[in-house]
Design a binder for this molecule. Structure first.
Ligand code: 5GP
Ligand code: MN
Length: 348
């Protein structure tokens, strides 16, 4: 896989040359965008605007309310809204399409076919494992903690650090914070802290960003969390596994929105000894699954092999088109095969 901005200054120059005159640009990211997906898209859009381009962000689906403070967020077009026709024409008119924070085209839901058939130059900037090759320019590294980290580095490599103002820095910092689990996952390298330090030096208020993301729960979400932990969490000590299965009725009962199950899987992983945690959420058209793990147990591989998904070694997602019950049954039936591996990891 090319990592062109780091490996080849010629490719970087080619890319920069392409940006020498104003371009119509679409930026997209994965469905159910998280802080890294939206933050990297907004950060990049703000940067491209400052360079005289015309970027529009189009997300495959809506995103949770706790991201609605980010600068420029109001101009984002949700492909699943009444603006779909506008989105389609922006995609077909685009001269350049940036694909951020995903490496597999099936992660952009119904946008996939439109992005595929567009003749725009495609730029992939991402940190997920096993990237597909569909882009003309690729800036990819699975050693990076967040796409926001890559966007910062890109702007820096292009010599435009001075264009990063507070609103832009806030967007990038948000992605760093969430994708590193508040600077605690293994992916929290020296480079992450360097980039965070650079963003802080611009003048952002880190505490306020943290509060906006983590301390802005609706009361109902907290009740839902209590219910999920109290009634839906199962712990299987013989496998070092915990999981939750959330039905459509559960979501309805707490008027839960898509973003409300976000992060809940981490509670399962915080049980002493747990090596893999999963959450199964029943949606209209499928069961969405999130996996988390510690150490060398790769949930990215687990999800890719069994649940049409992927992601990172310790954080992945997938989907199933079977019922919630059948999906959980399948998961449980797989565990004995992984038992040795799971109990081989010291979860303490
Ligand atoms: P989450 O559980 O937070 O939705 O996802 C965890 C990580 O795995 C995120 O980085 C997300 O982008 C990635 N991920 C989630 N679902 C999929 C999937 O279906 N395919 C791939 N390749 N990555 C996924
Ligand atoms: Mn990310």
């Amino acid at each position: 896989m090319q990592e062109f901005f780091t490996e080849s200054s010629q490719k970087l120059q080619e890319f920069n040359l392409f940006l020498a005159s104003p371009k119509k640009i679409v930026i997209t990211t994965h469905q159910n965008p998280d802080a890294d997906a939206l933050g990297s898209s907004l950060g990049l859009a703000a940067y491209l605007k400052k360079r005289g381009h015309f970027p529009t962000i189009i997300t495959p689906t809506d995103y949770p309310d706790f991201l609605r403070w980010m600068s420029g967020e109001k101009e984002v077009i949700n492909f699943e809204s009444d603006k779909q026709e506008l989105a389609k024409s922006l995609i077909s008119d685009a001269e350049m399409i940036f694909c951020l924070d995903f490496s597999a085209l099936n992660r952009i839901k119904h946008m996939e076919e439109f992005i595929k058939k567009s003749s725009a130059k495609k730029v992939l900037i991402d940190h997920h494992q096993q990237p597909e090759s569909f882009a003309d320019f690729v800036y990819w590294s699975d050693k990076s903690s967040a796409t926001c980290e890559l966007i910062y580095e890109l702007i820096e490599k292009l010599g435009d650090k001075n264009l990063i103002d507070i609103p832009l820095a806030e967007c990038l910092y948000a992605g760093l914070v969430t994708d590193t689990g508040s600077f605690r996952f293994d992916s929290t390298t020296q480079e992450v802290h360097r980039v965070a330090g650079e963003l802080i030096s611009v003048g952002i208020q880190t505490n306020s960003i943290h509060r906006k993301i983590f301390d802005s729960n609706a009361f109902e979400r907290m009740k839902f969390l209590g219910f999920a932990l109290g009634e839906r969490l199962t712990y299987l000590p013989e496998f070092n596994v915990s999981y939750m299965a959330i039905s459509k009725e559960d979501l309805l009962r707490f008027s839960s929105k898509n973003g409300d199950t976000e992060g809940i899987v981490n509670y399962g992983l915080s049980i002493r000894g747990v090596v893999m945690a999963a959450i199964f959420t029943e949606r209209d058209d499928m069961v969405r699954i999130s996996f988390r793990s510690i150490d060398n147990f790769s949930v990215s591989e687990f999800s890719r092999n069994h649940f049409n998904g992927g992601g990172h070694k310790n954080a992945s997602g997938g989907r199933s088109h079977e019922t919630l019950e059948k999906t959980v049954e399948k998961f449980l039936a797989l565990l004995p095969k992984y038992q040795q591996e799971l109990i081989g990891v010291n979860g303490q």
